[in-house]
Write a protein that binds this ligand. Structure first.
Ligand code: UDP
Ligand code: MG
Length: 318
């Protein structure tokens, strides 16, 4: 199988037939094998019966995975990736905001030697104040923090080579960080503008609370990327920093006591210094516990701490 389209579906009954048509139109004379993997994320409307009908109509191309309840877009995308057979996986939304007509162009870009082609909704059709603006700010922040410069993390429409989607799991709401994880296993990423349409049917599933979730996810992602193999550097670094503050306060108190005859206990500085010392010490201990956890994480799953692109002159698998 060459190409898998992976599509999360939650309450999109009206969009689905149009989506199906648009995909067929886009892939009409596509020279390779392709499939569409739709994951029904516990829809409460008739999405699943529509999906079943479409699957019956086109068993060659349409496959459906149905969740027992709503697990969220990230879980739906993860399930789709797990069940997809294609060498190339294209993710897109079911709500017709992404345009399947962009797919052939994205595949061409992949052929130029990239591992990820990231869609960018350059001319975005969402309300500015509540969607586009916060999203632009988030994109800037994520790019800075992760070092992977993209204009549009939130755009689902992206094409991936299968290899760069293995080696990590998606939790929470982390689907927007897939390019960052892919980059961490060495993927070459390029960004291209794609079409974007206003939502025609159904309603958007997210509100402003998403901003907070993205921010918190960013902390996790940054930590995982930079310190997951060496957490003691972060915790220990912070610990020593805090202990240094504690020592500076003590020194200040000592100098005041010796040269200016001001009582150590005349101000709360001594207690504050002691508090900083305990905090710093605790932080270093937490770093040690994290080091233990990291070993459990990697060794229990036989997960290496590196990714290999190819091996030369290895006859067996070892
Ligand atoms: N979606 C999903 N599970 C959810 C919420 C959304 O599978 O719990 C799907 C939804 O059907 C759509 C895509 O994820 O295909 C993006 O959702 P939406 O259009 O509401 O998000 P936005 O365009 O605002 O990012
Ligand atoms: Mg949408």
């Amino acid at each position: 199988m060459y190409l898998s389209l992976v599509i999360p579906v939650y309450n999109e009954e009206e969009s689905l037939p149009h989506l199906f048509e648009a995909i067929h139109a886009a892939l009409e004379d596509f020279p390779h094998t392709w499939e569409v993997l739709l994951v029904d994320d516990g829809s409460k409307d008739q999405s699943i019966s529509v999906l079943k009908e479409l699957a019956k109509k086109d068993p060659e191309h349409i496959r459906v995975v149905a969740f027992r309840r709503n697990f969220g877009q990230t879980a739906a995308m993860a399930a789709g990736i797990d069940h997809a057979k294609g060498e190339i996986i294209v993710l897109l939304d079911a709500d017709l905001q992404n345009d399947p007509a962009d797919i052939p162009m994205m595949l061409k870009k992949l052929d130029e030697g990239y591992d990820v082609v990231s869609g960018w909704r350059k001319d975005r059709k969402d309300t500015y104040l509540t969607r586009t603006l916060p999203s632009n700010m988030a994109n800037g922040l994520i790019s800075r923090v992760t070092g992977v410069e993209l204009h549009d993390y939130g755009c689902t429409l992206k094409a991936y080579r299968r290899e760069v989607l293995t080696g990590f799991k998606l939790y929470g709401e982390m689907h927007r960080f897939i390019p960052v994880f892919a980059h961490s296993v060495g993927a070459k990423i390029v960004e291209i503008p794609v079409n974007h349409h206003p939502r025609r049917f159904g309603e958007a599933k997210y509100g402003l609370e998403r901003i907070l979730k993205v921010l918190l996810d960013l902390f996790t992602v940054k930590f995982l990327l930079s310190y997951s193999a060496k957490p003691i550097y972060l915790f220990g670094g912070a610990g020593f920093g805090i202990i240094a503050i504690s020592a500076a306060l003590l020194l200040f108190l000592a100098i005041r006591r010796i040269f200016f005859d001001i009582a150590v206990f005349g101000s709360p500085l001594f207690q504050i210094s002691a508090m900083f010392f305990i905090l710093g010490f605790q932080s270093i201990l937490m770093g040690l516990i994290a080091e233990l956890q990291v070993r459990t994480y990697h060794e229990s799953q036989h997960k290496p701490t590196y990714t290999i692109k190819e091996k030369i002159n290895f006859s067996d698998k070892k």
